[in-house]
Design a protein around this ligand. Structure first.
Ligand SMILES: [Zn+2]
Length: 155
């Protein structure tokens, strides 16, 4: 790990978000393993919410997929890792209301919670499965979910 990754790991333990992520993983009975760069990878998440293939709480990245598929998706893992860093910059729990405000702003402006969401834009829209603002949704996705709700990889 780089010094920055160690600092992020320590910050997210001290700001209580990584313990919160581990508590969530434990309550959801998802196995947790060590991942790269100080991340903790929880796999096989089955709870209904959030509607996403992956999401992050502190340094814990929770995937619906199994461990092989989760660790093989380096693009999505990189996106989630940037959210880990955002938790640290927000001093932990303030990330959550700030994120939901940004998602609401994006939803009101574009019809989806990611395209104008500051945090998703910084983490990489394409990697998170969000369209660029004004982008046309691919036909395969549009037929299933409509242009305002593209298939999302994560939250
Ligand atoms: Zn994201």
């Amino acid at each position: 790990m780089t010094p920055g990754q160690r600092l992020r790991q320590l910050a997210n333990v001290l700001n209580a978000t990584t313990p919160l992520g581990l508590l969530l993983a434990g309550c959801a009975r998802t196995p947790v393993r060590r991942g790269p760069r100080g991340l903790l990878i929880a796999t096989g998440y089955r709870w209904r919410l959030p509607f996403a293939g992956a999401f992050t709480v502190g340094n814990v990245v929770l995937f619906r997929a199994g461990p092989e598929e989760a660790l093989a998706n380096t693009v999505l893992l990189g996106h989630e890792e940037r959210h880990c860093t955002q938790y640290a910059w927000c001093l932990g729990l303030p990330f959550l209301p700030l994120y939901f405000l940004a998602a609401g702003w994006s939803l009101a402006r574009t019809g989806n919670p990611g395209s104008r969401n500051f945090f998703e834009r910084r983490a990489g829209l394409r990697a998170g499965g969000y369209p660029e603002p004004g982008a046309r949704v691919q036909a395969a996705t549009a037929g299933r979910t409509g242009p305002a709700a593209p298939e999302r990889n994560e939250a």
